[in-house]
Design a protein around this ligand. Structure first.
Ligand code: ZN
Length: 593
């Protein structure tokens, strides 16, 4: 027995030592600036975004401005007081972000005429019920309004108009009396409601004369909801087009890294193993197989060791066996490795305050020490994985100081992408998907972990539809941390992440699986892309500027169906929603009645 056991141990050791990998070609690489065609230049504003000075009005207008910019819709903003002086006929679309419409007074009458003559009006969130709003009831299709607002706890899809929506409900974590309780006229088409028996419509569209009105009654104006508001905006026309990233990326933070000793969470109880064995025998095979099932190519972020050393000299971690084992398996499956840290101390100096939130974190003794720490990680990684490029940086705990960011841009030119977080959080380095001014590509991670609660799922469906992106990160030690679901046990956590991937790849089978640096390349192409739309009775014509080697756009067709396409190819994603792969800078999509 003992001999058999020893033989097995020996075989396992040899197996772990001898995992090799073949270097994989990246399917998408960053381009030089010269590779892009010229931008289109200034376009006349197509949308007028009107805000009152209220908290919600301002917040809504800021959010909508960001959405319109990213959809490459030329727009102009104005305050309620300036509205009377605007020539409505020079705009196609009007978006109100205001608590009260009364102050628009007589202008509202011209808005009604303008819509009936072919203009498009959207209410970004429900206003208070003053005389101004009431004067728009019949235009907006409101038959009756109940004074009490609806306490909305979920978003239910009544139309399959967004990816991942069909027949689904998405829970809302911070429910409040948000939305109008309305009875609508029969000519309104409801896309979202609050579900259940006393269901309130959350998004509806009505054709009024030659024009269109859209009421976005959701009233959650945070970043995680952008995809719903952008979808609402796309209902304002016969057809709409906006650039997207088309990428799905899964990051594994702290991987490879030294494995904590001992037992953790429910692992001993559930598997009769220590953490090291659990990672090797259960966690990694599960995650690896999940990747294989969907074609996910993970991006692992290396930590050399877990000391709190913040001053030179930085000792080399000589115990590289597990790095080679996990790293080579990940790379051989088409994955990528990036930097997380020499240790887990965020790149912050003495002037940075952790605001009492991270007791175990220390600031680096000096800029030079901070740089030497990352340099040591670089040297270590190059020794263990000599063929890899390490172009992605993920900040520990999503914290990155200004000096840290400058250091990455200046002293580590190989780092082309920083992947921090998309959604706001305390101390978090928040990002947009863009090429930043320092030349680094910001590729934020949108969701994380294995719990995947209502908020995560909502953010996921929102971003899938807004940017056509999935960006998720996990840590092996999520399984050990009670706040990240340890008490649920790995079986349940694995069920949840599998459930998420199943949802993602069923909702968007054509989304591309990309590694971190490939996603950065996709973001670069997306960020440079410029769009000019021309809508005629029979076609949607797109002229693209800032065209690199590829361009992806979402196309919404609200009336009719697409006919022949020149300059690209359409794939249907939901009802009236198509993914366009543009092959040329000029695309014509024929619209059939
Ligand atoms: Zn980490």
């Amino acid at each position: 027995m003992i001999l058999v056991f020893l033989a097995l141990v020996l075989v396992l050791c040899i197996a772990q030592r001898n995992v090799t990998y073949t270097k994989q070609e990246r399917i998408l690489s960053l381009l030089e600036e010269e590779a892009f065609t010229a931008p289109l230049g200034e376009q006349e504003a197509e949308c007028l975004l009107v805000s009152d000075g209220s908290d919600n009005g301002t917040k809504g207008a800021e959010m909508m401005g960001e959405i319109l910019d990213q959809m490459r819709v030329p727009w102009e903003g104005c305050q309620v007081e300036e509205f009377a002086g605007k020539d409505l006929d020079s705009y196609e679309k009007l978006v109100f972000s205001a608590d009260y419409l009364g102050p628009l007074s007589d202008s509202l009458l011209s808005v009604i005429d303008w819509v009936k003559d072919g203009g498009s009006l959207m209410l970004l969130y429900p206003p208070e019920d003053d005389w101004g709003f009431r004067s728009l009831y019949s235009l907006l299709g409101i038959a009756r309004l109940d004074g009490e607002r609806a306490y909305v706890e979920q978003i239910h899809f009544t139309e399959n108009f967004m990816m991942g929506g069909e027949g689904k409900e998405y829970g809302i974590t911070d429910a409040y009396e948000s939305s109008l309780n309305v009875t609508l006229t029969a000519d309104c088409r409801v896309y979202l409601d609050s579900g259940g028996e006393a269901s309130a419509p959350l998004l509806w569209r009505r054709e009024a004369g030659e024009g269109i009105v859209v009421v976005d009654n959701l009233n959650f104006l945070d970043k995680a909801y952008r995809g719903f508001h952008s979808a609402a905006y796309t209902l304002l026309d016969k057809a709409e087009a906006w650039p997207v990233i088309n990428g799905s990326t899964f990051y594994i933070d702290d991987f490879p890294s030294p494995v904590p000793g001992g037992d953790g969470g429910r692992i001993r109880e559930d598997y009769d193993m220590d953490i090291a064995d659990f990672y090797t025998q259960i966690w990694w095979p599960d995650i690896y197989n999940l990747g294989e099932q969907y074609g996910i190519r993970y991006t692992g972020l290396v930590i050399e060791q877990y000391s709190d050393q913040v001053e030179v000299p930085f000792e080399r971690n000589m115990d590289t066996q597990r790095y080679e084992y996990f790293g080579n398996l990940l790379l051989d499956a088409g994955g990528e490795l990036g930097f997380h840290g020499y240790n887990h101390m965020p790149l912050c100096l003495a002037n940075f305050s952790y605001q009492g939130m991270f007791d175990s974190y220390r600031q680096w003794a000096s800029y030079e020490d901070m740089r030497a720490g990352l340099q040591e990680l670089n040297d270590f990684c190059r020794e263990v994985f000599p063929e890899e490029e390490f172009a992605v940086y993920v900040p520990p705990s999503n914290i990155l100081s200004e000096e840290g960011r400058q250091m990455l841009a200046r002293d580590f030119p190989q780092i082309r992408a920083v992947a921090s977080v998309y959604l706001p959080g305390s101390l978090a380095f928040e990002q947009e998907f863009e090429v930043a001014e320092d030349g680094i590509i910001d590729t934020p991670r949108v969701i994380s972990g294995y719990i995947l609660d209502d908020y995560m799922r909502l953010a996921a469906v929102s971003e899938l539809n807004f940017h056509f992106v999935n960006s998720h990160f996990q840590h092996p030690d999520d399984v050990l941390d009670v706040d990240r679901g340890a008490d649920l046990g790995w079986e349940e956590l694995y069920r949840r992440i599998s459930d998420y991937t199943e949802w993602l790849y069923t909702s968007a089978p054509s989304i591309r699986n990309l590694t971190g640096s490939e996603l950065a390349a996709a973001v670069q192409q997306y960020d440079y892309l410029d769009v000019k739309r021309t809508l005629t009775d029979t076609a949607l014509e797109l002229e693209l500027g800032g065209f690199g080697t590829e361009a992806w756009l979402m196309i919404r067709i609200n009336e009719g169906t697409p006919g022949s396409v020149t300059g690209g190819e359409l794939t249907q994603m939901a009802e009236g929603l198509y993914l366009l792969r543009a092959d040329e800078a000029h695309v014509v999509i024929e619209l059939q009645k």
